[in-house]
Design a protein around this ligand. Structure first.
Ligand SMILES: *Cc1c(COP(=O)(O)O)cnc(C)c1O
Length: 383
């Protein structure tokens, strides 16, 4: 089976992890801050906070932004469940905004309409989470204008998007989003096995997230309520978690970061091959919005004939093509249906679900594997 995604590990990556195993620190040493600096510097953010997953990053980002009971978070229905669940961890509620069927990202027009109605009803969100689906940025410039007009924070879920560009710079540079989150799960662009990072230009948000990732504890005198009792002393000043990244993961991350641009250009190159090879089939191929340069986490094809979706998907799997579907609309998950969402709430997202298939794409997919995918898609989709 050709997987839909696969990590790319070389000898340097392995050597970096082995070196940490032989060092004095397996956790809470120098690798994590070095990885944070590498990411912050690369994407052009002032601060980066490493944690053990993007899910943890979303959680502490929401807490740092002050999301709590009685507050609302809005996100796209076409995302991994973590983009929505982070609100519920904080005791806030979740709602969704339908997608733009071309970009598959949150639709700024639908967002504006929903904000206008929410303002009248007194139900404005505190946080909006635009998701960079497949590694292509949402229309953050338009969303920033709405954030300033309606007073919400932008927490960008760029789990797919490290190395992608938007409006000329790397995503996560903090020009439009208050906080951006990346994932380093093995199917994503770079991997630390499990791992995530939050970037921001706001030092207060960064510091809050640092404290929250490690039990809500500080060792800084100026953050304590009284004079330190001694050299051993620390204070718990908030309710935090153990969301720390290990030194092994950070060392792997540093090594992987050195090849980030290579990974993204290899993915973009393979995506162009698919664009050409699949151009004349009964499919919609990925659309690239102006101002974006995707990291190409996913290559999503959409069947013109949705009634053949299940049959084509099954036939591709039977032919050894490890296709997948990103994502089942979150509002249709039983957990969210039980909160009152129903089928029909977000028609564009549901139409996306009815016809989309993610085909294999990763940095080191071979020509032969790519050709096998193309042949199978041609065979089962037709013109
Ligand atoms: C992978 C992913 C996450 C969660 O990332 P983890 O690092 O596995 O916690 C969140 N949001 C999106 C859009 C993702 O693709």
């Amino acid at each position: 089976m050709i997987p839909y995604g696969h990590h790319d590990i070389n000898q340097d990556d392995i050597a970096a992890v082995v070196a940490v195993l032989k060092s004095d620190f397996l956790t809470q040493g120098p690798q994590v801050p070095a990885f944070e600096s590498a990411v912050a510097q690369k994407v052009g953010a002032a601060h980066a906070v490493a944690v053990n997953s993007a899910t943890s990053a979303l959680h502490i980002a929401c807490l740092a932004l002050g999301l709590g009971p009685g507050d609302r978070l809005w996100t796209s229905p076409i995302t991994f469940v973590a983009s929505a669940n982070c609100a519920l961890y904080c005791g806030a509620s979740v709602d969704f905004v339908d997608i733009d069927p071309k970009t598959f990202n949150i639709d700024p027009v639908a967002l504006e309409a929903k904000l206008i109605a929410a303002k009248v009803a007194g139900t404005l969100p505190k946080v909006v989470v635009p998701v960079a689906l497949c590694g292509q940025s949402a229309d953050l410039k338009a969303i920033r204008v709405l954030a300033d007009r309606f007073g919400f924070f932008i927490l960008e879920d760029a789990s797919h998007g490290i190395g992608a560009r938007y409006d000329g710079n790397y995503m996560g540079d903090g020009r439009y989003a208050d906080i951006t989150v990346f994932s380093f799960h093995p199917v994503k662009i770079i991997s630390t096995a499990e791992g995530g990072m939050a970037t921001t230009n706001d030092p207060v948000l960064a510091r809050r997230m640092q404290i929250l990732r490690s039990h809500g504890i500080t060792r800084e005198q100026h953050e304590m309520t009284h004079e330190s009792d001694g050299a051993w002393y620390y204070q718990q000043v908030d309710l935090g978690y153990n969301y720390r990244m290990t030194e092994l993961q950070a060392a792997l991350g540093i090594s992987q970061m050195s090849r980030l641009d290579e990974f993204v250009s290899a993915r973009a190159d393979r995506a162009r091959s698919y664009d050409q090879a699949l151009a004349d089939l009964a499919l919609r191929l990925p659309y690239q919005a102006p101002m974006t340069a995707s990291s190409w986490h996913l290559y999503v094809i959409q069947l013109a004939d949705a009634s053949r979706h299940r049959a084509v998907f099954d036939a591709l799997r039977a032919d050894g093509i490890g296709v997948n579907l990103h994502y089942i609309p979150v509002h249709l998950q039983p957990y969210y249906l039980a909160k009152g969402f129903t089928k029909g709430d977000f028609p564009m997202a549901e139409d996306y679900y009815a016809r989309s298939i993610s085909i294999p794409l990763f940095s080191h997919i071979t020509d032969a594997q790519l050709q096998a995918v193309v042949d199978a898609v041609k065979k089962h989709v037709g013109v």
